[in-house]
Each structure stands twice: as structure tokens, then as C-alpha cells.
Design a protein around this ligand. Sequence first.
Ligand SMILES: C[S@@+](CC[C@H](N)C(=O)[O-])C[C@H]1O[C@@H](n2cnc3c(N)ncnc32)[C@H](O)[C@@H]1O
Length: 300
Amino acid sequence: MINNQHIPIMSNEILSLIECEKKLSILDCTFGGGGHSKKFLEKGHNVTAIDQDDNSMIIAKELKKNFSNIFFYKSNFKNFDLLDLKIKKFNLILLDLGFSSNQLEDKDIGLSFQLNSNLNMNYLGGDLNAYKIINFYNKDELQRVFYSYGEIHQAEKLAKYIINQRSKQKINTNFEFIDILSKSGVNFKSKKIHFATQAFQALRIESNSELENLITFLKKVHVFLEINAHLAIISFHSLEDRIVKNYFRDNKINKNKNYQNYKNWGYEILTKKPITASKFEILENNRARSAKLRVGRFIN
Ligand SMILES: C[S@@+](CC[C@H](N)C(=O)[O-])C[C@H]1O[C@@H](n2cnc3c(N)ncnc32)[C@H](O)[C@@H]1O
């Protein structure tokens, strides 16, 4: 069942960026369950929404019954510039990265280590998935994925152990994979999180090309921003947050209107440190605990 009651993360903080402004054009590149978009529509703004997910398309259709000013496009946001968008410049562009609660609960996608699913983890409909990575990547590739995307220091040991196990029989399910992790002898980082968290994160990032999508998107997003527009990005892991932080730093404008990037545009950085969710919000929505929001104001 599609849960269309998605609780949008830090929506008050995002709405406060555009307070008092009349009808704006907003590009929500990660529509998900439509939580943020609905808040914008309720304030009378125009929303152009993008998501790769079929369920998002259904939710957007529902929303359209009450709000005529939403336009949905099913696409990977890294290709947003190739879409024939009705509106070409926006006052706010929002990315709320990662997967939705619907996707987390979807057994076919298998993002959760609490559900025994077939190994997949691809929530964007691409060709790569965790099964192919675990059963067919060579040692160096496995090591790269676990080291770079899971920050697992003993990535080589883990890669070798997986290759040894899969030579006996293919690794088919999340629970089989968790069993292998537990027997691998690898020291996983923290006692505070489930020991499979880092390995699952690594497979998910690789399966969906999460970091490449973000980097490709950031290379061209400035073309779609109105002067004084806000670019707001919520990330959920340090690898993504670092990319966003460096992007704003590399394209920062200083007080004398000097553009750090030697181009005729840049950002005033509105969040020297990322904004995090309030304790109250975290109590209501546990997923908000790891969210980091960074915002820049586009100057041209
Ligand atoms: C955290 S959810 C967004 C939730 C949404 N802001 C809300 O309030 O309902 C992230 C969504 O982004 C989508 N997504 C992630 N990466 C994407 C990409 N590269 N292209 C298109 N959609 C993407 C996922 O399919 C998911 O629906």
C-alpha cells in the first residue's frame, strides 16, 4: 500500500526561507511522498516535481486533484535539464536525498536489514543492484564500494570473505548477506548502530549511483535558479553532505561580490553549519535525526 502521509523533514525551516513571498516557482527534485510539495502547494506556490518512483507519480496525480499548479515528471534528477519543463527558472530548488519511507518498507527493493528480501536495494529502477555487486564484482571493486561508500576500514578483508563464501553458493537475500557480515570477522564501526548499517549503505549508494547523481545535478543546477533563489539540500550521510558543503564552498560569493569560482554567479551561504532537525521533530520522525540541511542563495 502506498503511504502518502509522508512527514516532510525540516519543512518549517525550508518554508521560512520563502516566508512572505507570494506565488513562487519551486522545483522539488525528490518528490517522494509529496510531503514538502504539499506544504508548498498549500501556500499557493507552483510546484514542478521530479521523482524516479512510480508510486510518487501516483501520489502526484492524487495531489493534482486538489492543486492544479503541480507538474510531475518521472525522471532521475541528474537528467532534469533534459526534461521539457514548463517552467525554466525557479525561486527554490529542493533536494531531499535518499529513499522514501515507502521505499524502505518495500520488500521488493529490500533496503531494510529487518526484512528478509532478495538482494536488490535499487530504488531508482536502474540496472545495477546489490545481488550483482555481491555476486559478480571482483575483489578490488568490492573493496572500493565498502571502503569508499561504507567507510569500512577492513574492506579488503570483507571483500575476500564475500568472494570465498559466494564461491560455495550465490548470496541471494539480505539475511544471507547479514549472516556473512556477522561471520566475516570484520570490525564494524560503531556499537550504536546495527553492524550491517555501513555495508548496506555502501551497497545502496553503489546500486543507485547516489553520489554521481548528486554531482551531475550540482554541475548544472545554477542555470535553473532565479536571482536570489534558494538551493536547499537535505542529506542523510556524511559522503553526500561533504559533496554539498564543498559545492557551496567552491561557488561561494563574498561580500565584495567576488565570485570564488571565477564565473559571474555564486552563492551566499546561509548555513555555515548545516541545520539539523529539532529534538521535537526527531521525536516525531526518527529519520530526521541524521538529516542535514544546507542552503545557498543564488547571486548573479
Ligand atoms: C527522502 S525521499 C523525499 C521525500 C519528500 N521530500 C517528501 O516530503 O515526501 C527521497 C525521494 O527522492 C527520490 N530520489 C532519490 N534520488 C533520486 C534521483 N537521482 N532521481 C530521482 N528521484 C530520486 C526517491 O525515489 C525518493 O522518493
